[in-house]
Design a protein around this ligand. Sequence first.
Ligand code: PDD
Length: 280
Amino acid sequence: RIVYVNGDYLPESEAKVSVFDRGFLMADAVYEVTSVLGGKLVDFDGHTTRLRRSLSELDMPSPATDEDLLAIHRELVARNGIEDGMVYLQVTRGAPSERDFAYPDASVPPTLVLFTQAKPGLADSPLARTGMAVISIPDQRWARRDIKTVQLLYPSMGKMMAKAQGADDAWMIEDGVVTEGTSNNAYIVKGDTIVTRDLGPHILAGITRAAVLRFAAESQMKVEERPFTLDEALAADEAFITSATTFVMPVVRIDGRDLGAGRPGPVAIRLREIYIEESR
Ligand code: PDD
């Protein structure tokens, strides 16, 4: 596989990042994941806009222009022959000569790394047919989840807690309400209304979320952006998640309890179809 590191396209075995890199030492890094469907980047502009915001919220220098980022994405997709899969991008605050909590001065350039992962058949995942099971866990992440940082240890722990219980993912709960999944936004459907957490520091503003809410509105579906409780979720008719890598994925079980018939619901199925159709 060919990866990109600071201006160079290299075989992955030759790519190097310093041990002093702040991404490695301090999780001082932000990232984006952009899906590739049929060789095409999905929602590239949305991901770049959010990357700009993450960088600016952390006063992190920009590693490249939007045009350069697009060119690098396309080059990697081409060089690795990616039809279906994703491009991962990470920017760190670079590698100063000493470990220090204070940010380095402007002479230290940011680190920019990108790589691809092939996922043949990404759009017809078997999980979309059965639906996924989630468990609820307390949300113990930091309070700026609107910034897409690489502090992913708690979400990784959440994923393992889910696996240990035979589930697919965890929904995180704060003050009784669902914030989001370990790496996705969370939704419930009650009657004809879709409910998902309103934007703010407590969740990531998903790029897939924005697209799906737009498609829902265009299809005359009712949407409420507000906090919803775990109890509301357990009593919902259906539920689903969204992310760049899963698109729209039905949720059929929460904490071992079936939602409705325990099968993917019509709203999730319809939104998944629309999203994939529009992204191809
Ligand atoms: N995760 N919320 C969290 C905490 C996430 O990590 C993600 C994405 C989302 C959905 O955002 P988007 O629709 O822009 O992908 C919501 C990516 C896919 C990841 O970490 O792999």
